[in-house]
Design a protein around this ligand. Structure first.
Ligand code: URA
Length: 236
């Protein structure tokens, strides 16, 4: 969401100051409704008309990023931390589809396509996401089974699609577990393990629906192909 006057100015129609005048004087409509308040925020795909002329909508862009640790998955941050959107070179107003924690690495999609973002983030669409979690100690067989069978997290059952032990490092005393979930509650993987007394020391998302990181290095990104975008739409 961005301020209306900023979007009008960014479109090249006029300066921000003139855009403010146009808004105040009742020349601007958003999705058919007159808007005269200056602070009004609009989405990239809202239809904006000025004196009956429609502003050109932004072309849609889709990126797959291998998120580094130490970046927030938001467009604004009160604490002025580094943001995932800063890693991608574009003048479009993109935002992440869902969130990865500040210290989580891995696959994150970013776009300016609000329709696709809404579809993928809606709980009814059950997008499978696979994570690799490095724990602070060796996990027991019983605890792995408990996770497999489903456990209550904040009074809601969480049953992963798949859980498997990747490795037990007996010498350095930690386990790495791969877990696939169709839900997207914040901190869900860390909460699953902390419920059973484990700390997640590292968390990496390796798969989102059918998309994988392949050979993208940490901090690198690529655009999705049209085929991939269609498939994301069609799968839902
Ligand atoms: N679960 C978590 O705990 N953190 C993430 O970043 C994603 C899923």
């Amino acid at each position: 969401m961005e301020r209306l006057q900023k979007i009008i100015a960014a479109s090249g129609y006029t300066s921000r100051r003139k855009a403010e005048e146009l808004i105040k004087n009742g020349h601007v409509y958003v999705n058919g409704e007159k808007v005269t308040e200056l602070g009004t925020k609009v989405k990239g795909d809202d239809e904006i008309t000025i004196d009956g002329v429609q502003l050109k909508k932004e072309d849609k862009v889709y990126y797959l990023l291998n998120k580094p640790s130490g970046y927030v998955s938001t467009v604004d941050d009160d604490l002025n931390r580094k943001k995932v959107v800063d890693l991608i070179e574009t003048n479009k107003r993109i935002y992440p589809i869902g969130r990865l924690d500040y210290d989580t690495t891995g696959l994150l999609l970013l776009t300016n396509d609000g329709d696709l973002a809404n579809i993928l983030m809606h709980p009814s669409h059950k997008v499978a996401k696979t994570y690799v979690a490095k724990l602070n100690k060796i996990i027991t067989k019983e605890d792995l089974l408990t996770i497999k069978n489903g456990l209550m997290i904040d009074n809601i059952l969480c049953k992963p699609v798949n859980v498997r032990l990747r490795k037990n490092k007996q010498k350095s005393k930690y386990s790495t577990v791969e877990i696939t979930l169709e839900e997207g509650r914040n901190h869900i993987v860390k909460n699953i393990f902390s419920t059973l007394g484990y700390d997640v020391k590292k968390l990496n998302r390796i798969k989102y629906d059918f998309l994988e990181l392949d050979n993208l290095g940490v901090g690198e990104y690529r655009e999705l192909t049209i085929k991939e975008v269609k498939k994301l739409y069609q799968n839902k």
